[in-house]
Design a protein around this ligand. Structure first.
Ligand code: MG
Length: 339
């Protein structure tokens, strides 16, 4: 196969605030794998706090010898070899995984949801994310989010900011909210009081309430919390899934942290076997990586695949959101085409 890659900077429609920082761009690396006149597209989206960069992705991709691939269908051979090239680099690895899947699907003339035996009509609604911001901007974003049936709200800076953010949204709408504390709550008693307060305000679950190191505190919270707890930062890859048992009620799977579609599919299967709920999430990404993740969405309980809606310069068209639901295009591979 022939590998091509180039850096691309995603421009965010609104400055995006989470518990630890606020930013206006996300660095990405776009990947193309070509053979027999077919091009598979992939993408690494790399919010800086995750430790990857365009430089590290270029270095990692430089280690990959695409010419050595004679049969791209042999993913169970190829992907472990890619994983073993270097530790970390999960987004760069995901870019190659996505491009290989796209190539295979195009070669077979079928979208991945069909190859996996999934009904696209079962794709869930997606939440629309509202970052930490001033009440005025939160109110405006909530109004803009009218087409979406669930809102995802970033919390975790401090108690008063958190409660004000929820109260501001509740001035505008009663629709269900999922909250993501991004490890921001350190005191378990305070976290329990927040869960009880949120439970009375039509909140569906809490994502990563406490720092990933506070496993015992999170398990303590889970037995008392009226709301389910979903692991994000605590669960990155397949081997982390069993660690969620007894600590969380479910896991948030993202292609950029688990190295791509192949491992994400295995994580969903394992999570189901362990009776864990599954959420499918994303970074700010173009419709390339979002459409890839969307192929798995009929398998999950909740989706948060709004990443392409949050950027101004999407390079692709692909999965769309119709009436709040993820809508999978009937196109082969990951279903994304370059604009
Ligand atoms: Mg999260």
């Amino acid at each position: 196969m022939r590998l091509r890659f180039y850096p691309y900077t995603l421009e965010l429609a609104h400055a995006f605030g989470v518990a630890s920082n606020t930013r206006t761009t996300t660095p990405a690396m776009m990947v193309e794998l070509e053979q027999d006149g077919i091009t598979g597209y992939g993408e690494a989206a790399m919010p800086p706090y995750l430790g990857e960069s365009q430089e590290s992705a270029a270095k990692f991709l430089g280690l990959f010898d695409a010419n050595a691939i004679t049969d791209p269908f042999q993913l169970e051979e190829i992907l472990p070899q890619i994983d073993a090239l270097a530790s970390g680099n999960t987004a760069a690895k995901a870019a190659l995984d996505i491009a290989l899947h796209d190539w295979i699907g195009k070669r077979l003339g079928a979208p991945w949801h069909r190859l996996w035996g999934l009904d696209p009509a079962r794709a869930p609604v997606t939440s629309f994310t509202i970052g930490i911001d001033t009440p005025e901007i939160v109110r405006r974003k909530t109004v803009e989010a009218a087409p979406y049936k669930i809102l995802k709200v970033k919390l975790g800076r401090d108690r008063d900011t958190d409660r004000q953010l929820i109260a501001t949204i509740r001035e505008v709408t009663d629709k269900p909210i999922t909250v993501d504390a991004n490890q921001g709550w350190r005191d378990r008693d305070e976290a329990l009081r927040m869960s009880e307060w949120l439970a009375g305000r039509n909140v569906v679950f809490i994502e990563q309430p406490m720092p990933k190191e506070q496993v015992d505190d999170t398990a303590w919270l889970r037995t008392r919390s009226p709301l389910p707890l979903i692991a994000d930062e605590s669960v990155q890859r397949l081997t982390d899934v069993p660690k969620a048992c007894g600590v969380f009620d479910g896991i948030n799977i993202k292609l950029m942290k688990c190295t791509g579609l192949r491992e994400a599919h295995k994580m969903i299967t394992l999570a189901r076997a362990l009776n864990l709920k599954v959420m499918l999430g994303c970074m700010t990404e173009t419709s390339c990586a979002i459409s890839a993740a969307a192929q798995l969405s009929p398998l999950v309980d909740w989706a948060d695949l709004d990443g392409a809606l949050l950027i101004k310069n999407d390079l692709f068209t692909g999965a769309t959101i119709v009436d709040g639901h993820i809508t999978l295009p009937d196109r082969p591979g990951i279903g994304a085409v370059k604009r």
